[in-house]
Design a protein around this ligand. Structure first.
Ligand SMILES: Nc1nc2c(c(=O)[nH]1)N[C@H]1C(S)=C(S)[C@@H](COP(=O)(O)OP(=O)(O)OC[C@H]3O[C@@H](n4cnc5c(=O)[nH]c(N)nc54)[C@H](O)[C@@H]3O)O[C@H]1N2
Ligand SMILES: Nc1nc2c(c(=O)[nH]1)N[C@H]1C(S)=C(S)[C@@H](COP(=O)(O)OP(=O)(O)OC[C@H]3O[C@@H](n4cnc5c(=O)[nH]c(N)nc54)[C@H](O)[C@@H]3O)O[C@H]1N2
Ligand code: SF4
Ligand SMILES: [Mo]
Length: 731
């Protein structure tokens, strides 16, 4: 067969860059950036290109693996695996009820719509509620803030980068992460454009990051953002810089917010934030005075002790200055494929409709804090978790207290994982089921792809047949349901689609697959062809004819608050009771402990993707090792020199890794990447050393952020000690 060039897009991170795959006789030869993708226009990062290493990895799992009595794995057929899993699940449900079954889904699930929908249907059909995800280590605080502000957890407002005059960016490093909760595949151009237009980009971060270096850096102490933002609002209200017209028209509760922030003058918060009062006052005035301005935050905003509050205050900053729902400000996300909308309308995007068995924490869109997983497994009683599916996740490395979780996994009656690899989590599984890569499946973007300043849609057909026996995740859940005699559609949000479904049925259109569901939603969505009623609307045929994607509108819509906010009168709620209660807890949760004088924060690297790309030879070339970034003064105080092995101890655990001395972190701050310390089936990753930073973080329910049950991953109290006189000789 001839060598072919096939158009697709990358699904590793939220930029979703266009790619061209060179395929020779069913094998991937290489990936390169797609020059004709209208958004990424010939740009991709090293991970996207190096995904060919993952696709063709000799360590990839390509047939179902079953645990042997001696602890190793053996290859079995799909029929053997699925029959046994179905039988064991049936037994567990018969004995303990569906409440004994759970699932954890990891970050890659967000890049394919099918797996999340079908596994969710499967679990709810069993009557299970034990649902966990990477969200409680990532973005659930953002969802909860949105639920409280806008009445819609899936409403993620985003910065209008191409038109703003002032980007206030807190706890994000998009020059490395390529943007999260905002789709900006050419983020370098988008940020440079702001400055070129005479605007400003201010980066609030404890570390002088790649992004901070390129723009204006405002260093802050870790986990102090709530105080910083309260003081900015203090100045804005106190100096009458708020947009009174916008507040009256768009919001309720702004007077209460004004009262609250009175108690936070910058002079009082400076000691905590490390930001001088005059600097903060000038910043607040400039932000309010800019023709357009927007506050944006990501994981650095979400992962502290008050993540939900920080997300709330960030939005409040844009809203109070009249920058909501207008060009250059903070825009409401609106889906091209209204999947989330369907969830919101059917009341499925819940918050705090139930509390966790352990720790009494609220559910967030039917998921509980993943930090509770270990306790939920080992704690006897009604609702004890006994069977767990892990889809595209590696919680042993990504969730606090990996060692305890690892032990707990061994207590399960059944652990099944759908993955590309044997990782640190599923090496304890009864079954590892080989999944398709994004190159082997159909996709259309949803979820965070809606946070796009330019309205865009692209559908990707599979560019490769699945390697080996790899299967799509949704088919696995579909098959299991079938073998257990369950119908996935007797329940849940799909009931809402009944009208459309019976219409299709009458026309003899076959069984419902996730793809069919998305195609229906696309056609009834805001840009859809309404099955022929709207001539220029999109439909599957048009998407196939335009494989590089279609720009549906140069700019995302503005002036849509009335249709978007699901609060009484479509008014944004600026002082919800939960946030007011959280404000009362401020400070209580920051005890100083002289035994742990430093604060650890996270750090993402250009050539890592959480825990799962350390087996790519291309990405691991050169001097790639796990290193904790330590300020020269802190290193000196601890008796550490460069490349020294350091023991980092928190109240919850200790790790040993290498030191990199740098003044890019402030005195008192240590920055440590997550997703290292491998012991899976990925041989190069295993050889790369490093440690699991989540041995330092706490999975105690009492330590979790209160409103969203977020793991506290930034601002972790630690101390440093040299490990003997060992200096690494590698590199
Ligand atoms: N200390 C600390 N911890 C953190 C963070 C932090 O900043 N600091 N960040 C957190 C964040 S934001 C996130 S999102 C989480 C991530 O946490 P997780 O989602 O639990 O873990 P990942 O490392 O992303 O692992 C993803 C797994 O999915 C597999 N995979 C990749 N693609 C596919 C696919 O298409 N199908 C299937 N079935 N499997 C696939 C990979 O092989 C890998 O095993 O980590 C969190 N943990
Ligand atoms: N190359 C690469 N890209 C990725 C990933 C990856 O692992 N590698 N992961 C992807 C995933 S899953 C996600 S969720 C996104 C995340 O996207 P981002 O959030 O943009 O990524 P980070 O680099 O973690 O940026 C968080 C920033 O917050 C800062 N920070 C830490 N603590 C605090 C604090 O208390 N206050 C403030 N103001 N800042 C703080 C950190 O120093 C860091 O610079 O990135 C995605 N993109
Ligand atoms: S930035 Fe890199 S990893 Fe993210 S979508 Fe683009 S090519 Fe893929
Ligand atoms: Mo993430």
């Amino acid at each position: 067969m001839a060598v072919e060039q096939r158009v697709t897009y990358c699904r590793i991170c939220e930029a979703l860059c266009g790619l061209i795959a060179t395929v020779d006789d069913g094998r991937l030869q290489s990936l390169r950036p797609d020059p004709d993708n209208p958004l990424s226009r010939g740009r991709a990062c090293p991970k996207g290109i190096a995904f060919s290493d993952v696709q063709n990895d000799a360590d990839r799992v390509l047939s179902p693996l079953r645990r042997r009595a001696d602890g190793g794995f053996e290859e079995v057929s799909w029929d053997v695996a699925l029959d046994d899993i179905a039988a064991r699940l049936t037994g567990i449900v018969a004995e303990h009820g569906g409440g004994a079954v759970g699932q954890y889904f990891g970050n890659p699930v967000a890049f394919g719509y099918a797996s999340g929908i079908w596994s969710g249907l499967f679990l709810s059909r069993l009557g299970g509620h034990h649902q966990y995800s990477s969200g409680s280590q990532d973005i659930n605080s953002r969802f909860v803030a949105s639920k409280l502000l806008y009445g819609a957890a899936t409403q993620i407002p985003f910065p209008d980068l191409p038109r703003t005059d002032f980007l206030f960016m807190l706890g994000a490093n998009p020059l490395v992460s390529h943007g999260s909760a905002v789709r900006t595949p050419r983020v370098k151009d988008d940020l440079a454009g702001i400055v070129r237009r005479g605007g400003r980009v201010v980066v609030v971060d404890p570390r002088r990051t790649e992004t901070a270096r390129a723009y204006e850096h405002l260093p802050v102490r870790p986990d102090s953002d709530a105080w910083l933002l309260l003081s900015m609002l203090h100045v804005i209200f106190g100096e009458n810089l708020a947009d009174a017209t916008a507040l009256a028209e768009q919001t309720v509760g702004w007077k209460q917010l004004r009262e609250i922030v009175e108690a936070f003058p910058p002079e009082d918060t400076a000691a905590r934030t490390g930001v001088a009062p005059d600097v903060l006052r000038t910043l607040a005035r400039d932000f309010a005075a800019a023709p357009s301005a927007v506050a944006y935050g990501r994981t650095g905003a979400c992962l502290g002790r008050h993540g939900t509050l920080v997300c709330h205050l960030l939005d409040a900053l844009s809203i109070v200055t009249g920058n909501l729902d207008r060009a250059g400000g903070m825009l409401f996300s609106q889906a091209v494929i209204p999947l989330e909308d369907m969830g919101e309308r059917s009341g499925r995007m819940t918050y705090n409709s139930a509390r966790s068995r352990i720790g009494d924490l609220p559910e967030v869109m039917s998921t509980y804090p993943a930090a509770l997983l270990a306790e939920e497994i080992i704690t006897p009683g009604d609702g004890q978790l006994r069977a767990l599916f892990v889809t595209a996740g590696n919680p042993v490395l990504s969730v606090p207290n990996g060692p305890m979780l690892e032990k707990a996994l061994g207590e399960l009656d059944l652990l099944v994982s759908l993955d590309l690899y044997v990782n640190e989590t599923n090496r304890h599984a009864d079954y590892v089921l080989p999944s398709t890569t994004f190159l082997e499946r159909y996709d259309v973007p949803y979820s965070f792809a809606n946070c796009s300043p330019t309205v865009f849609i692209q559908a990707a057909e599979p560019v490769l047949e699945p390697y080996g026996q790899a299967r799509s995740e949704w088919e696995v859940f579909d098959e299991l349901a079938h073998r257990m005699g369950l119908s996935l559609f007797a329940t849940g949000p799909l009931l809402r689609l009944n009208g459309v479904l019976s219409w299709l049925d009458r026309r003899g259109i076959g069984r419902l697959t996730p793809r069919r569901l998305m195609e229906i939603l696309m056609r009834v969505g805001p840009y859809g062809d309404r099955f022929g009623l709207r001539r220029k609307g999109i439909n599957p045929r048009r998407l196939r004819a335009n494989p590089h994607g279609i720009v549906l509108a140069e700019h995302a819509r503005t002036g849509i608050r009335a249709d978007t906010v699901r609060q009484p009168g479509a008014k944004v709620v600026l002082a919800p009771a939960e946030i007011v209660a959280e404000l009362r807890r401020l400070g209580e949760r920051h005890p100083d402990d002289p035994d742990f004088p430093l604060m650890a924060i996270g750090l993402r690297e250009m050539r890592s993707q959480n825990s799962w790309m350390h087996n790519s030879p291309t990405l691991m070339k050169g001097d790639r090792r796990h290193r904790a970034r330590v300020h020269p003064a802190d290193a000196a105080a601890a008796g550490l020199t460069d490349k020294h092995l350091v023991r980092i101890t928190s109240p919850y655990g200790a790790i040993e890794t290498e030191v990199l001395i740098t003044d890019e972190v402030a005195h008192g701050t240590v920055a440590i990447p997550h997703g290292w310390g491998h012991r899976g089936g990925w041989q190069l990753a295993n050889r790369s050393g490093g440690a699991n930073v989540n041995e330092l973080t706490s999975n105690d329910a009492a330590d979790l952020e209160r409103l969203a049950g977020m793991s506290v991953l930034n601002g972790v109290a630690v101390r440093l000690e040299p490990v003997g006189d060992t200096v690494s000789t590698a590199g």
